[in-house]
Ligand binder design. Structure first.
Ligand code: DC
Length: 653
């Protein structure tokens, strides 16, 4: 798994407008039909993503004319059903919307082709489609396990007019693939669907796009689909790809949870995509929904969202978004008839359950359902029982996007966030434009500058949380000392830092249950803290632990790298300092007050040494950042310093 991650602070609200990227399902269907059609097609607003790139690459390998017109616009020169390249090996990654329809088209196109994907693609069943193609006379060999990619396709011996049966209860993409390829047979073929057809709205998309390219499918209910001999694809000239309705679901949910209104542009009432029905599901949870021909908008209801018990067969992808929206709904949400989740990019029922449990949610899962119960009366302003965690995304774009909603309850880490590139490469950038995060006031500066006292008072005045980050380095030094680990042993100290069992309360700090508020303030531990703080592995181990303090309504953090490394997004950055002499004197008075003995010249030289080490180390050195405001407290009282910071807060918030 990738080591990359994205840390999300707790969100406090959402509002704004997002123009959606093109629909994945429509994009790849349009590309394939444009390639199979007679004539040139200009495809506008195509989705730029991994899945569409796999399709574009495959079409190029097959000799189809593919020209970028700039932006998300492409010109495809169709091959009228005959791919120029008759022998090729195609790599299709994990793109189901490329793999299934290309399998069907190439099996009937009369060439010799090998189709492969990533390991997960080779675990996703394709046997039902292959069975259907074989009934038509296709020559398909499994190169790995029976029923799964990779596949070897050789020229078919098309059987005369007939009837083909295909299962419809595992993935609707089999029927889609088969239907789109039927005009290549030159025969009249009827397809009978065996079992209850799932995800019917996706079949509607297929039929609508086939019609756009001039092929009419006769339909008897959801049981039998017939394509007549003589049907052939003809370019409609220009095709505009609708915005992605599944992608819309995250933003509508943001509006429903975070106040709103959040408006999505690119899909609306007139959409051919079934996932627009997600808006109805959200409305059943209480969200206030408005729609126009080409847009939809969601707002939070007055009394908060309520749980639903819903058959989600018609919105398999967007239903995942309901699973994390359920964290903010009163009661137990049950999503039923979602067996297809188990054969998607990952086993989505298992993945969803595992990750929801990590943040403290009660989940029940079955073969084809998931039940989600948020801890206690959830309220995004005081979320109960939901705790921060690092969320794994299983190379599944929807896992990453769904869990971004959970940031309304708690700060979160999303592992491998780039997996969103499958359908929505700049998801998190758009997400940032419509959400407001809990603000951070970062106060950095040298030892004994008084920043701790100032920061704590500013936090109290604002009603914000307070993070004394230096305490974490001090606790690490103390825990290492107690474990007999040298402060120079980077690997071992990092292990200790990662596992610190700390509880911060209003007035004290507990390490392994023991009060240590005074024990971490000795000169010995001060020196140790400064040493362990210079170790990169220790700083890494403490990164997420610090970021989880970034909760609503806001945070004041003090340390050395609050504004530069831990909270670079801080609304206000203050560099708070005082001359070394003044700081040594303050420290001296503090120690004497506490009844310790102290020596002023020693304190001054210790302080100067620590300053040197903190500012000269290679990782996160102490320095005033370009965007930090300087506050020299040498000649200020604490009250004056606090007032100055609060004045700045008013200016920036
Ligand atoms: O602020 P303090 O004196 O409690 O910090 C103790 C040590 O930890 C100090 O030597 C600097 C280091 N530190 C750090 O490197 N980064 C922080 N964000 C906070 C403290």
């Amino acid at each position: 798994m990738s080591l990359e991650f994205l840390d999300l602070p707790q969100l406090i609200s959402a509002a704004g407008t997002v123009r959606l990227p093109g629909s994945k399902s429509i994009s790849n269907r349009v590309l394939l039909l444009a390639a199979l059609a007679d004539g040139e097609t200009e495809v506008r607003d195509l989705l730029a993503s991994d899945d569409t790139e796999r399709m574009l690459d495959a079409l190029k390998v097959l000799g189809v004319g593919v020209v970028s017109l700039g932006g998300e616009n492409w010109r495809i020169t169709g091959c009228a059903g005959h791919f120029p390249v008759r022998q090729a090996e195609l790599f299709l990654g994990n793109a189901g919307t490329a793999f299934r329809p290309l399998t069907a088209a190439l099996a009937l196109a009369g060439g010799d082709y090998v189709l492969k994907g990533v390991a997960r693609m080779h675990e996703r069943p394709i046997g039902d489609l292959v069975d259907g193609l074989r009934q038509l006379g296709a020559d398909v060999t499994y190169l790995g396990n029976d029923g799964y990619p990779p596949l070897h396709l050789r020229p078919a011996t098309i059987r005369p007019d007939g009837v083909v049966s295909v299962r419809g209860d595992v993935s609707s993409q089999f029927l889609t693939g088969l239907l789109m390829a039927l005009p290549l047979t030159g025969q009249t073929v009827a397809v009978d669907v065996i079992g209850e057809l799932i995800s019917k709205p996706y079949i509607e998309i297929t039929l609508a796009i086939m019609a756009r390219f001039g092929v009419t499918v006769e339909r008897e209910g959801w049981q039998r689909f017939t394509v007549r001999a003589g049907s052939r694809y003809v370019s409609p000239g220009t095709v505009y790809v609708e915005g992605d309705a599944s992608s819309a679901s995250y933003f509508l949910a943001l509006g429903a949870i975070g106040g709103g209104p959040v408006r999505v542009e690119g899909v609306g009432r007139d959409s051919i995509q079934g996932d627009v029905k997600f808006a109805e599901a959200l409305a059943r949870m209480g969200a206030v929904i408005e729609t126009g021909p080409n847009w939809m908008e969601a707002r939070a209801p007055q009394g908060g969202l309520v749980a639903v018990d819903l058959d989600c067969n018609h919105i398999p992808d967007a239903a995942m978004t309901l699973a994390t929206a359920a964290l903010f709904a009163k009661g137990t949400t049950t999503l039923r008839n979602i067996a297809s989740w188990r054969v998607k990019e990952t086993d989505r029922i298992a993945a969803m359950a595992t990750e929801l449990r990590k943040i403290g949610i009660e989940v029940e899962e079955g073969a084809d359902f998931i039940k989600i119960t948020p801890s206690t009366a959830p309220d995004r302003k005081s979320p109960c029982g939901i705790r921060p965690a690092a969320i794994d995304t299983y190379d599944d774009h929807r896992m990453a996007m769904c869990f971004s909603l959970a940031a309304f309850a708690t700060p979160l880490r999303i592992n491998d966030p780039k997996c969103v590139a499958k359908t929505f490469p700049d998801y998190f950038e758009r997400f940032a434009t419509v959400t407001r995060i809990a603000p951070v006031i970062a106060i950095d500066g040298p030892s004994a500058s008084g920043k701790g006292t100032v920061a704590a008072r500013v936090a109290a005045a604002l009603g914000y949380a307070y993070l004394d980050s230096g305490a974490l380095y001090r606790l690490t030094a103390l825990a290492a000392q107690r474990a007999g680990v040298a402060w120079t042993d980077e690997a071992q100290v990092a292990v200790i830092a990662a596992a610190l069992d700390v509880v911060f309360s209003e007035s004290d700090i507990r390490l392994n249950g023991e009060l240590v508020g005074d024990a971490i303030r000795t000169e010995d531990i001060s020196a140790g803290a400064s040493q362990v703080a210079a170790l990169p592995a220790v700083r890494d181990a403490l990164l997420f632990r610090q970021r989880v303090f970034n909760t609503a309504p806001g945070l004041v953090g003090d340390g050395r790298d609050m504004g530069s490394v831990i909270f670079p997004q801080a609304k206000l950055k203050v560099f708070l300092t005082a001359s070394a002499e003044v700081r040594a004197e303050r420290r001296y008075n503090q120690l004497i007050d506490k009844g310790f003995s102290a020596n002023l010249p020693h304190l001054l030289s210790d302080l100067q040494q620590r300053d040197a080490r903190d500012s000269q180390r290679s990782v996160a050195p102490l320095r005033q950042e370009a965007d930090a405001r300087l506050l020299d407290t040498s000649h200020l009282t604490i009250e004056q310093a606090v007032k100055q910071v609060l004045d700045w807060v008013v200016e920036v918030l």
